[in-house]
Structures are given as structure tokens and as C-alpha cells.
Design a binder for this molecule. Structure first.
Ligand code: BG6
Ligand code: MG
Length: 223
């Protein structure tokens, strides 16, 4: 695997890595599942992480065998209902909602000259980064509206390295979802999984929580 000394930049997932908005996505999708009479399960919940808005809706409908029950326009309306609910839930975010250790880690990267970008499937990412006071900490954000395919396709993390002007092998990317780890691995970057090691077994490096993510701890695992 890549040596730590070769690493020049980091690409971050947002929801569940920088801030705990994964719980608000879950809350809003669960409400939508109830509305369309699809049974909510822990497995369905986990499988939605990292998946874009319309992809998530399709997975929920499919879980209830209802994927053919709605027209395209009705599906767009359902996704928009979920997003309105979600935006209400995130409207009060402040810098205090950055996950433990992440503000210090991002500052450490900035101070030590590592470049950082954001690779989130969320179209709400610029709004959230602004609320968290982190917009200026990143060189750039991949615009998910410009992607041909979302996670687990590698495209979003390939683009995140391009924004950094680095080769994929010079980048470590952080994720809390299985789809995201598959995307990072496909892009040829070092994948760092945060959370359940069973779900994130394919990650090159695993951390139980954001509080443990520091350059020293990463270097210790890589060298
Ligand atoms: C990802 C989340 O970051 O963004 C998913 O893990 C979410 O749960 C996806 O569906 C899309 O987000 P949005 O804000 O564009 O609906
Ligand atoms: Mg995530």
C-alpha cells in the first residue's frame, strides 16, 4: 500500500464523516418509507448511506416491491418531499455539530499543507459546509449533479483527487459507508473507513470513530 510520506491530500465524505447528518437523512427517509408503506429495517437504513437522492428513493421503493407504482414525476415529488423535510432538520446546524475530532483534524491538514476536498453525494453539501463554518477549509467540492454515476462508482473520488491536482495514490479518502469505500477503492486511493468494521471491511484503514482520526494515528497504521 501507499506509504504515508507519499500522501499529499485528503478527500472527505460529508454526511457521517464531518457531521452527523446521516441521522437526519435516516429520519427523513424513514418518514417517507412510512408514507409509502414500506417497512423500515436496519439493513435498508445502512444500505442507503452514500447513495444519492433518487437512488435512495428507488432502493426504498424496491424494498417494498413498489418501484413500478409511481410515475417519474411522482418519484421526483416524493424525493422533493424528503429533501424539504431533511432541509428543515439541518437548518439549525452550527460549528458545534462537527463530529468529535474533525475540526481539529481538518485544521491540522490545513496547517501542515495537505490539500483537502469534499466528495459527497449530497446536493446540500455547500449549504452544510457553510453552516459548519468549513467552506474555506477545502480546495473544492465535487458537484454531484455533474457525475455520470454516484457511489459506489469511483467517479466522485476520481474527481475529488483532480480537484486537489493530485494522483489518486497521493490521496487518502474518508467514508462512513460501504458504497463510499467501494468508490474510493475503485478510484485507487487509500480508503479510510469510520465506523463498524464489519460494514466497512473493504477499507484499507479502519477507525471506530472520528475522534481517533489524526495524522499521527493514520501514519501509524500506514507505515
Ligand atoms: C449522502 C448521504 O452523503 O448524500 C445519503 O449519505 C444521501 O444518505 C445523499 O441520500 C444525497 O443527499 P441529498 O442531500 O442530495 O439528498
Ligand atoms: Mg456518509
Amino acid at each position: 500500500m501507499t506509504k504515508f510520506s507519499e500522501i499529499k491530500g485528503f478527500a472527505f465524505d460529508l454526511d457521517g464523516v464531518i457531521t452527523d447528518t446521516a441521522k437526519f437523512h435516516t429520519q427523513a427517509w424513514h418518514a417517507l418509507a412510512d408514507q409509502v408503506n414500506v417497512t423500515w429495517t436496519p439493513e435498508l437504513q445502512e444500505s442507503l448511506k452514500g447513495i444519492d437522492r433518487m437512488g435512495s428513493l428507488e432502493m426504498i421503493l424496491k424494498a417494498g416491491n413498489k418501484q413500478d407504482d409511481y410515475t417519474h414525476d411522482e418519484k421526483v415529488a416524493l424525493a422533493s418531499w424528503k429533501n424539504n423535510h431533511y432541509v428543515e432538520l439541518i437548518s439549525g446546524l452550527t460549528p458545534d455539530d462537527i463530529l468529535p475530532g474533525m475540526a481539529d483534524f481538518i485544521k491540522e491538514l490545513n496547517d501542515k499543507g495537505y490539500r483537502a476536498s469534499v466528495a459527497s453525494a449530497s446536493k446540500n453539501a455547500p449549504f452544510i459546509l457553510d453552516k459548519l463554518g468549513l467552506t474555506d477549509s477545502f480546495v473544492g467540492i465535487v458537484d454531484p449533479a455533474t457525475l455520470h454515476a454516484g457511489k459506489p462508482d469511483p467517479e466522485i473520488f476520481v474527481r475529488a483527487a483532480e480537484i486537489l491536482n493530485l494522483l489518486p495514490e497521493q490521496v487518502i479518502s474518508l467514508e462512513d459507508s460501504a458504497a463510499g469505500i467501494a468508490s474510493i477503492n475503485g478510484a485507487g486511493e487509500v480508503s479510510l473507513g469510520i465506523g463498524d468494521t464489519t460494514v466497512l471491511a473493504a477499507a484499507n484503514l479502519n477507525f471506530a470513530s472520528t475522534a481517533e482520526v489524526t495524522l499521527a494515528n493514520i501514519a501509524a497504521k500506514l507505515d
